[in-house]
Design a protein around this ligand. Structure first.
Ligand SMILES: [Zn+2]
Length: 60
């Protein structure tokens, strides 16, 4: 049954400042979302690219 949990994908992205790998659970329909680097705190806009796991990140 799918009613108890919403489907999610893991968005993995690299910080453009410190290079740390960050992960964010989000909906599969997400086209762009903001997140912060867990290591240095820099805000980024991340968007899915051809790879379903590794997302494109740019400083925001
Ligand atoms: Zn960082």
């Amino acid at each position: 049954m799918w009613k108890t949990a919403r489907p999610t994908v893991t968005a993995e992205w690299l910080c453009t400042s410190c290079g740390a790998t960050n992960r964010l659970l989000t909906a599969p329909t997400t086209t762009e979302i903001r997140d912060r680097c867990m290591t240095c705190g820099l805000a980024h806009c991340i968007a899915p690219v051809e790879s379903p796991v590794r997302w494109r990140a740019r400083a925001a």
